[in-house]
Design a protein. Structure first.
Length: 630
């Protein structure tokens, strides 16, 4: 017997007990989905502008932001971001002063001001969210990249080269309130607003990043405008009304827009721009929804962009089952029953590109009822698989979910996150930082690999199936020359390679297949000297692997899980990795909280507090299951 197995057994037992103990009464798990300081800053600014009486929360968010400042005066999106992040630093500086708990003469504020000025000031900010918040609150002019897009694009017909629903769903729910505000040249301020004029270098023009094809895109938009029938004023009023209805139809029961904090904040400003009173129920409900998104941990408070309750619950329930917790265990019964109630039954935006399909997906957040995604759906289906064999209610849910996942496959053979066949390159030509990642929702290696893993291991399909064959072909074609794959929703090449390898193996590629061997060899080539793996968020920006220099629990688990899937027997490298993974579980430092979730390259990264438990538990369980007899 492998001498590591006893240690593995002990760690599995410890992790399962820890997770079961943290389950809520309704069967869910609530771990923090931490997204840096950006949303905390926006909430402080919004609450001060609207005079929201929640002093305790404002103070807690202020203290959390201040604690994240680095000695050189800047803020980072992730540890190791060289020379800081200007957009994040401007957001932090603005919010700290607006809170009233920091003063312009405070030493941390002076250091932040010096840093921002040394980088060219507000005019050099590239984050479109930062620029819009500054414009909406009277601190800068409206960015041309937004104000040059007319509201009338919402009226373009489906056959036109640019149709509003060709944008990704997450870009639409952010872009719509932005366009409403820009159309009105809206801004709102208060007597207590900080004066940021000393952060504006008049010698530097506002940053408007050029983008390939931008002028061509503008020409297409103008062509569309010329085709619309009616007087310009009438057309514009119709477009404004359609934009307003677009927002109103996507408000969830908790008051948030699409269950995202960022889009909800923009929505509040947009409603104000449309003339809604500050005390209108839509606005007060939205503020309540934002407040409810707070998460407290380790003596700090933050606002989550979109609480990860369904995602965490599905993954944990599945991980516990892989760790041999039986189906009849109360924790599994509660979790799967909870997930069953969260399966979506509404046709929504995804239906536009995928008509004639019965709803059956799951979303990321508890309040999410109209925005399912492929990854959450396969995660939930993994969790309920064994119960679907014996219980009719679970079988019906399973079949609807499976059919929905299969129906979401793109024409190119891969799988997207939210909507199928939304991959028009011209939309990435917008002069917006991050447009290439935010404007469209193309097939991705992580989504395709994880879907294949689910279909192979749980739906028992293999490459002889047409859906599988097309997915396999897509993954093989998108392998990098070094053997890795880029992962869109995790950091980054380790994440994508793990998903691709486990998916390809699950649907029947032999362990000797060149694609699997190249992927495994790449993972082995980047193993750290301590036996673990770690990748910097900077990979996401450069689109090439950048080593972190240290090992993180989740990235180590991903790499090991991939190697376990494609290696018939444990190797010295895997054994070293397992030892490192287990030892890291007893370490609480920056490596255990390093963000390994990705949202928008160069702008938004996430630290899932659940990840340091979920992925190690799954990996250790797979190690025991595969190698436990030899």
């Amino acid at each position: 017997m492998n001498p590591i197995l006893r240690t593995v057994d002990n760690e599995i037992e410890r992790l399962t007990a820890l997770l079961i103990d943290q389950q809520q009464q309704d069967g869910s798990w609530h771990f923090c989905f931490e997204n840096g300081i950006v949303i905390d800053a926006y909430v402080i600014i919004l609450f001060r502008i609207l005079n929201v009486q929640n002093e305790a929360l404002i103070r807690q968010l202020h203290d959390r932001i201040l604690a994240e400042q680095q000695s050189a005066g800047f803020w980072q999106l992730y540890r190791g971001e060289e020379d800081g992040n200007l957009s994040t630093s401007v957001e932090a500086y603005y919010a700290l002063l607006y809170s009233g708990y920091s003063k312009v003469t405070d030493e941390p504020i002076l250091r932040a001001k010096h840093y921002i000025q040394s980088k060219g000031g507000i005019g050099k900010v590239t984050s479109i969210l930062t620029r819009v918040i500054l414009a909406a609150t009277g601190q800068s002019k409206w960015p041309l990249s937004i104000s040059s897009i007319p509201l009338e694009v919402l009226l373009f017909p489906s056959y036109f080269p640019i149709n509003y629903f060709e944008f990704s769903c997450y870009s639409r729910v952010h872009l719509t309130p932005m366009l409403i505000m820009a159309d009105r040249r809206f801004s709102i301020s208060t007597a207590n607003a900080p004066d940021l004029s000393d952060l504006i270098d008049t010698r530097i023009e506002d940053a408007e990043p050029a983008s390939r094809g931008y002028q061509e895109l503008q020409d297409i938009i103008q062509s569309g405008l010329n085709r619309l029938l009616g007087s310009p004023r009438y057309i514009h009023e119709v477009a404004r009304s359609k934009a307003e209805q677009f927002i109103l139809q996507r408000i969830e029961s908790d008051g948030t827009l699409y269950s995202y904090a960022t889009s909800t904040i923009l929505m509040v400003y947009a409603l104000l721009a449309l003339g809604y009173d500050q005390q209108h129920p839509l606005i007060t409900n939205a503020l309540d929804g934002l407040t409810a998104m707070q998460c407290r941990s380790e003596s700090k408070t933050t606002i989550q962009n979109s609480p990860s309750t369904i995602w965490d619950t599905a993954l944990i329930a599945y991980a516990l089952q892989e760790a041999q917790i039986p189906d009849h265990h109360l924790a599994i019964q509660r979790a799967t029953s909870y997930l069953l109630t969260k399966q979506q039954h509404k046709t929504a935006d995804w239906f536009i590109h995928n008509p004639d399909t019965t709803p059956g997906g799951w979303g990321f957040s508890e309040s999410n009822t109209i925005n399912p995604d492929v990854d959450d759906t396969t995660a939930a289906l993994r969790a309920i698989r064994s119960l679907s064999i014996t219980q009719p209610s679970y079988l019906e849910s399973w079949n609807r979910g499976l059919n929905w996942v299969l129906s979401m496959q793109n024409k190119d053979g891969g799988w997207p996150a939210f909507e199928k066949n939304t991959n028009k390159e011209m939309l990435t030509w917008l002069a917006i930082d991050g447009a290439k990642s935010a404007a469209i929702d193309p097939s991705e290696a992580d989504l395709t690999g994880r879907t294949l893993e689910y279909l192979g291991n749980f739906a028992e399909l293999d490459s002889r199936n047409e859906f599988i064959g097309r997915g396999v072909k897509w993954l093989i074609q998108h392998q990098e020359k070094d053997g890795s794959w880029y992962g869109r929703w995790g950091v980054c090449y380790i994440y994508g390679t793990w998903a691709a390898l486990t998916g390809l193996q699950a649907v029947g590629l032999t362990l000797e297949h060149d694609t699997l061997q190249k992927g495994a060899n790449w993972l082995l080539s980047i193993q750290n000297s301590d036996g673990g793996w770690g990748e910097s968020c900077h990979s996401d920006r450069l689109l090439k692997y950048v080593p972190l220099g240290e090992s993180t629990p989740s990235q180590t688990a991903w790499a090991l899980d991939a190697l376990i899937a494609v290696q018939a027997a444990p190797t010295p490298a895997v054994n070293r990795g397992i030892k490192r993974l287990i030892s890291s579980m007893n370490e609480v430092d920056w490596k255990s909280s390093y963000p390994t979730g990705a949202g928008l390259p160069g702008n938004f990264y996430s630290n899932y507090h659940s990840y340091r438990y979920i992925w190690p538990l799954l990996t250790l369980s797979h190690f025991r299951k595969k190698y436990g007899q030899g």
